[in-house]
Structure formats: structure tokens, C-alpha cells
Design a protein around this ligand. Structure first.
Ligand code: ADP
Length: 445
């Protein structure tokens, strides 16, 4: 059953009909975010800590040295280019590495260093002289399991004695054999089969149990029950590590049910704001004038890059084709691209091969391209009822504190309705959207 599920996720990932962010499956959206990330997401907000047991000690570290890691593991950490622990790692790592072991529930948005934290803990808990699985990491999908395995392989680069095995689709074991690898990374269905049906390893002997992307896990039909079954068969002293990118009641209840006596840490997402953004609107009579406005603006963008948001895929393709014909190098990112194609487009844009990215709402959130100075709303964002969609506007235009850079937002307005929407957005955020004459390039500069 689980394999069927995985296959369907896999199929979806390769599918070419992902029309909007909202329709994407949780697993896929999470994977996309992961694959597109450049590096650590820095955060200025503070960690929130809750302890179920007030007697358990709590430390935090500012350096990796302070963790007293195996020197070869430390070498691996530095080899990955990490200089200092991320915010979540500062608190998570001492807890994960503490003796006696301490259970942890950690919630922080994607990109904050959770995976690196638990992989480091997994590796440092291994006793390589014992030839059986001691660490189990459950991932909701095949792809994520492989991703995590690759991080582990890199970090363990100087610890060749540590062995790992994937328990995922395509991997087979024979009944009655015994696994000798120290670490198993896999999906719930396969792990359940291996542990309880084929009995190739003993869940009771595990010292570390990691539940990665627990929110995605719960959202996937059947996985929650499988996790609970695996969890029931663990020994009483197994250390539990629970990670989630999102925070909601259901996930936290699940976490507290399966992770007793834990320290819970949480890093709140930084809110986007319009503080450093100058907002403008340009009056146009129709698509052709909008196009002219865009090319005028484009001609003026000296440094930096622009993202243009269109309401439909059709408008995006039309605009891209027209601009290309006029000799502009533009990138297009729409929902009909596969995950690989999207990554490709974004990589090219990020590296500056194209100065303009034309897109629909596929990625209103999640494009952290620092060099983007201008965002153009070719069409203003509206919801199903045709009303101003202020959330989407903020995701398109807003920046989190970490960039703190100046940005420019330009809204193309081609009707009275569009003008009303623009005014509604202005009112909603209580930030002036200024009039701009797009024929006057001095003004744009
Ligand atoms: P999450 O699991 O929260 O999504 P990851 O552990 O995958 O986050 O980390 C996000 C990115 O940041 C990865 O590219 C990772 O290599 C990098 N990273 C993680 N920890 C550090 C660190 N301490 N210093 C620098 N980069 C880091």
C-alpha cells in the first residue's frame, strides 16, 4: 500500500499539470522548496522553548567545537561549508547529543538547518563496532529519504566505518537475513515490512528514531498509522527526534503523543513586510500598453533582475514570446513545467543568465532571489471572487527582514476594476502606491 502511495507521489512529481501552489501536494511543495534552496534561511526571530520536564537541562552552543564531536565528524561538518550552527542548531544540537539522551520536538520553516542537525545527531550516536541498525530515520517520500541520505553521506565523508541503508522502493532484502548497517533511512511502509514482516532488523535495538517532515508525513494517507506502529515497537530507551516545518495543532498533538518527556523548540517564520518596498502603479489601456510599460521598465533595469507576475499561464506565455521575439532574454516559470524544469529555470535566473522571470502564481512564495530589485504585477493578484488578494500580493512583493534591501513594485492597471483592486491593496497595507508614468524613463530610474 505504501509503495502504491509512493508511486503516486512519484507520478505527481513527474506530472506536468501542476497549475498552482495551492494544488500541489504537500510533499511535492516541500521537496521543491528543498531542492531550490541556496543555503541556510537566516532568521532574526528568537527560539521558543517549552519543556515537558522542567528538570531536564538545556544548553545552547555557538560553535560546532563546543559539541565535542568525533573529530572526523567535525571535519565532515566543516567540509560541508558550515562555520557555525544555525539558530535552530544552537539549541537542537546540544539537546540531541546530550547524555542521557533527550527527546526533542523541533519546528522551524524549511531551510533553517533541521536536517543537518538530526543527521549530525544520527551519525554521532552510532557505535560502528556494533554491526546492526541503531538509528532509524523515517521520511515521508522516496525523494526526501535519498536527500537526507546524501546529506548523511557527505557529513560522514571522513567516517567510512559508518554504514547506511535505504529502506525505500526498489531496495530489497531477503527474508531471514540480518542487516549490518548502522543507519536506516526509509519510508514508513518499507521500514514496517523490513522490521516486522521480514525481521531483517530489530526495532527494539534502535537508540535513535527520527521522524522527518512529520507534517508531510501526517498529511500523507496511511503514513501516520505506519509511524505509530513502528513507534510502538521501539525500545523504552530509544531517543526520539521529531521535526516539522509547519506548526499546527494536529501536528503538535501527534508529536506530543509519540514523543514523551520532550523538549520542544520552535522558530517562528519571519513575516514578510512591505517596509523597504517602493510601490507604484502604471495606467495602461490594454495588453499592448502593458507590454510597452514592461519593456520600458525592462530597458531601465540596469542592475538586478525583475520578476513579472501574470494571472494566467496564457498571458505569461504570450508575454514571454513577445519579449523573446523582440530580442529580450526572459525565463518563464509556469505550472505546466516538471519539477526538474522549474529548478532549471530558477537556477538559470539565479545565476543571472536571464534578467527577467515571467511567472504565474506558482511561486509567489519561495523565490528568495536576492538580486531581484523589481517585481511587476502584470496582473494584480485577485482571489476566486475577483477581490484583491492581499496575501498573494505580500508574498510576491514583500521581503523578510533578512534581505532588508530596497525593492520596487510596479502594478499595471488597465481597468477601473484593476484600479479599485490597487486601491484596496493600498488601504489594506496602509502603504502608498504611487502613480508612475511609464513613458518617462527618467521617472522609472
Ligand atoms: P531544513 O531541514 O530545516 O530544511 P537543512 O538542514 O536542509 O534545513 O539546511 C538548509 C540549507 O542550509 C542546506 O543547504 C544546508 O546544507 C545548509 N546548512 C545547514 N546548516 C548549516 C550551517 N550551520 N551553516 C551553513 N549552512 C547550513
Amino acid at each position: 500500500f505504501a509503495e502504491e502511495q509512493e508511486k503516486s507521489v512519484q507520478k505527481k512529481l513527474g506530472d506536468v499539470s501542476l497549475s498552482s501552489n495551492r494544488n500541489n501536494s504537500t510533499a511535492e511543495a516541500s521537496l521543491l522548496r528543498k531542492l531550490m534552496r541556496n543555503g541556510l534561511v537566516e532568521s532574526k526571530t528568537d527560539i521558543e522553548i517549552q519543556r515537558q520536564n522542567p528538570n531536564s537541562p538545556l544548553y545552547s552552543v555557538k560553535t560546532f567545537e563546543a559539541l565535542n564531536l568525533n573529530p572526523n565528524l567535525l571535519k565532515g561538518v566543516y567540509d560541508m561549508g558550515f562555520n557555525a550552527p544555525s539558530k535552530i542548531q544552537e539549541t537542537a544540537l546540544p539537546t540531541l547529543l546530550a547524555n542521557p539522551p533527550q527527546n526533542l520536538i523541533a519546528q522551524a520553516q524549511s531551510g533553517t538547518g533541521k536536517t543537518a542537525a538530526f543527521v549530525l545527531a544520527m551519525l554521532s550516536r552510532v557505535d560502528a563496532s556494533l554491526k546492526y541498525p541503531q538509528v532509524l530515520c523515517l521520511s515521508p517520500t522516496y525523494e526526501l529519504a535519498i536527500q537526507t541520505g546524501e546529506v548523511a553521506a557527505h557529513m560522514a565523508k571522513f567516517c567510512p566505518e559508518i554504514e547506511m541503508k535505504y529502506a525505500v522502493r526498489g531496495e530489497e532484502v531477503s527474508r531471514g537475513s540480518h542487516l549490518t548497517e548502522h543507519i536506516i533511512i526509509g519510508t514508513p511502509g518499507k521500514v514496517l515490512d523490513w522490521a516486522l514482516k521480514f525481521r531483517v532488523f530489530d526495532l527494539k535495538k534502535l537508540t535513535v528514531f527520527v521522524l522527518d517532515e512529520a507534517d508531510v508525513m501526517i498529511a500523507t494517507q496511511g503514513h501516520q498509522d505506519q509511524c505509530i506502529r513502528i513507534h510502538k515497537n521501539l525500545g523504552p530507551n530509544c531517543q526520539m527526534m521529531f521535526f516539522s516545518a509547519t506548526y499546527d495543532q494536529q501536528i503538535m498533538e501527534f508529536a506530543e503523543m509519540i514523543v514523551p518527556d520532550s523538549i520542544t523548540i520552535r522558530l517562528k517564520r519571519e513575516e514578510e513586510s512591505l517596509d523597504n518596498i517602493q510601490q507604484y502603479y502604471v495606467k495602461c489601456s490594454g495588453p499592448q500598453e502593458k507590454y510597452n510599460a514592461v519593456t520600458n521598465i525592462y530597458g531601465t533595469v540596469g542592475v538586478g533582475q525583475a520578476i513579472i507576475f501574470c494571472h494566467t499561464r496564457r498571458t505569461a506565455s504570450w508575454l514571454a514570446e513577445k519579449m523573446s521575439k523582440d530580442g529580450h532574454a526572459v525565463a518563464v516559470l509556469t505550472g505546466d513545467l516538471t519539477v526538474e524544469q522549474r529548478i532549471n529555470v530558477l537556477d538559470r535566473f539565479r545565476s543571472g543568465q536571464e534578467k527577467v522571470l515571467i511567472t504565474t502564481n506558482v511561486l509567489s512564495r519561495g523565490i528568495d532571489v536576492e538580486q531581484v530589485t523589481i517585481v511587476v504585477n502584470f496582473d494584480l493578484p485577485i482571489d476566486m471572487q475577483g477581490k484583491a488578494d492581499c496575501d498573494t500580493y505580500l508574498h510576491r512583493i514583500g521581503r523578510t527582514g533578512r534581505f532588508g534591501k530596497q525593492g520596487i513594485a510596479i502594478n499595471l492597471v488597465d481597468s477601473q476594476e484593476a484600479m479599485n483592486i490597487c486601491r484596496d491593496i493600498e488601504k489594506h497595507f496602509n502603504r502608498k502606491i504611487h502613480y508612475l508614468n511609464a513613458d518617462d524613463s527618467d521617472e522609472i530610474e
